[in-house]
Design a protein around this ligand. Structure first.
Ligand SMILES: [Mn+2]
Length: 411
């Protein structure tokens, strides 16, 4: 089956009955080990991993590696909110029992990470607990939101250093990790190590090195964004009747970013969350202003786009210049490259802090998570990234092209 790349998955996905497409998919977990209990344990982990990555795939778990096969269909939307309700109840209990709460996103947090963080802070506030967002504001992609937060909820956004200090002074602290579930992707791994209790809230497809010792691991790959998940949580906290227009805007910003203004991955639950935020005072025009760019960024972005070339069904752009906000500009350029006809995935390669970075996007036909995983990165089926140390941009670009070929051969 490995040799045939689990073609059984395709046969099941394409199954028709009465000439009608049924839409069934299969998820397979296989475990190998030294004895039966060991195999059983690994098979269970492999199946969890397959489902956590959206299903329709086979995962083989051996002693220290996972191998992935398939995984081309979009994850099926989870339509019940039972999970959110039970998680809200469990989170309430944890917050009531802690003395302080910290929230942290992934490195270079975006609007989804920081919007979700604002939502979690609002929940903590409902229980009268001090809450802090630990982030390095200057490397953030959500700077306009963080600046607004300084005005609206002063003292809440603190640096990683300040957070470490405050955490060391508290005995029962709770750390909520939002918009990532991968140990090495968080903004500060030290903060993660030092927290007394950890809660994870994330929507990315499951990756291998996940935070496995979280008290609550709230993971829904069918959710559009971490903000959608946090919005649902706030709805199930009975003591919250009004979240306030600032928090509503922040949560809306994350949903709008991750769905590209309700185009990608926006399910029925996404619109329900957005409708709720609207009743709470969210204003889409105000939110859109968080995303606006100055003219220099606009020029740099257009330069990247005009330098892009097509490689099979992909658009690849290599950035020659450096700009202050190169990461944000590159990810926006990658988004825009998807608008070219015949392009299923886009990749922007750029240099930052002595690393070569790649921003990858797709509309779903190409799984960019898999291609970025080949490069040592990760992310989501339609949005992924990688950072490569000790290499140069030409070599990384060559390797990317080889990996695109490799991905195409594997399908
Ligand atoms: Mn996100």
């Amino acid at each position: 089956m490995i040799q045939r790349r689990f073609d059984l998955l395709d046969a099941v996905r394409e199954y028709t009955y009465d000439d009608k497409f049924v839409g069934v998919t299969l998820s397979i977990g296989v475990g190998t080990g030294v004895n039966l209990p060991d195999c059983e344990k690994n098979a269970k982990l492999a199946l969890d991993m397959a489902l956590g990555r959206g299903g329709d795939q086979a995962v083989i778990k051996s002693k220290d590696s996972y191998d992935f096969f398939g995984g081309v269909s979009k994850s099926v939307e989870n339509t019940t909110k039972v999970k959110s309700r039970t998680v809200a109840a469990a989170l309430t209990e944890l917050i009531q029992g802690c003395d302080s709460l910290f929230v942290m996103g992934h490195r270079y947090p975006d609007f989804d990470a920081m919007g979700a963080a604002m939502g979690v802070v609002r929940i903590a506030e409902a229980f009268g607990k001090p809450a802090y967002i630990a982030t390095d504001k200057d490397s953030s992609m959500a700077k306009p939101l963080l600046e607004k937060a300084e005005e609206m909820i002063p003292g809440t956004v603190i640096s990683i250093e300040q957070a470490k200090q405050r955490m060391s002074q508290s005995k029962k602290n709770l750390l909520v990790v939002v918009d990532t579930h991968i140990r090495n992707f968080v903004e500060s791994t030290q903060l993660l190590k030092e927290a007394n209790m950890v809660v994870v809230i994330d929507h990315h497809r499951k990756a291998v090195d996940y935070i496995d010792d979280a008290v609550i691991f709230f993971h829904d790959p069918s959710a559009s964004s971490a903000c959608e998940m946090v919005t649902e949580l706030t709805e199930y906290i009975p003591t919250i009747t009004q979240i306030g227009s600032f928090t509503a805007d922040a949560l809306m910003a994350g949903i709008m970013l991750d769905t590209k203004n309700f185009i990608l991955r926006a399910g029925a639950k996404t619109f329900e969350a957005a409708a709720y935020l609207k009743t709470q005072g969210a204003e889409t025009v105000r939110v859109k202003k968080f995303f606006s760019n100055d003219i220099e960024n606009y020029h740099s972005r257009n330069k990247i786009i005009s330098g892009a070339r097509k490689y099979h069904n992909c658009a690849v752009a290599v950035v020659s210049e450096t700009a202050e906000e190169i990461r944000m500009i590159s990810s926006q350029a990658a988004d825009e490259l998807l608008n070219i006809s015949g392009v299923d995935a886009s990749f922007v390669v750029f240099e930052m802090n002595d690393m070569v970075c790649i921003s990858a996007r797709s509309f779903g036909a190409v799984n960019v998570q898999v291609i970025m995983e080949y490069m040592g990165g990760g992310g989501h089926q339609t949005m992924a990234a990688a950072q490569i140390k000790n290499n140069n941009i030409e070599k990384v670009t060559q390797e990317l092209l080889r990996n695109i070929d490799h991905y195409n051969e594997m399908r």
